[in-house]
Design a binder for this molecule. Structure first.
Ligand code: FE2
Length: 150
């Protein structure tokens, strides 16, 4: 159980670090912005899909966690929408930094809710023994999505 939460937290930190670098990048550093975006894509998209498939699908079936799981996956949808818009925005466009800001706020809020609330609820609702299977499914799905986008 702890190993699973630690793995998610590690991913979260990675994503937050990339977003931090993106938000302090300058308009003229197009190449480095593109590189950071590619890094974000490789981290963020597989992570969210894997959370949905391995973790939120389980929480959806728990009465006391369903609402949180619905909200969190909806935030994933919203995050993906903003992310796709950013993907269409040239790094030199003034909107690039604006979209990064919106995306960063959205993701930071989402991660905070996951780490502060949802992990705790999951700990109460999911059997300890089930976490091994969840972790496995999470890693598998992440790898699958990663190899499909790169
Ligand atoms: Fe998430």
């Amino acid at each position: 159980m702890k190993a699973f939460f630690d793995e998610l937290k590690k991913d979260h930190k990675e994503v937050k670090d990339i977003l931090e670098k993106m938000s302090s990048s300058s308009k003229t550093a197009e190449k480095s912005r593109e590189k950071l975006f590619a890094q974000l894509k490789e981290e963020l998209v597989p992570h969210m899909k894997a959370e949905n498939v391995a973790f939120y699908s389980v929480l959806m079936d728990k009465k006391n966690a369903r609402q949180n799981a619905l909200e969190a996956t909806e935030e994933h949808n919203l995050t993906e929408m903003v992310f796709r818009q950013l993907e269409e925005t040239p790094a030199k466009d003034e909107l690039w930094a604006v979209k990064v800001k919106v995306l960063k706020d959205l993701i930071e809020h989402h991660i905070e809710e996951e780490e502060q609330e949802i992990f705790e609820i999951a700990q109460e609702e999911i059997e300890k023994d089930d976490f091994k299977q969840i972790m496995q499914a999470f890693q598998q799905e992440k790898e699958k999505v990663k190899s499909s986008i790169s």
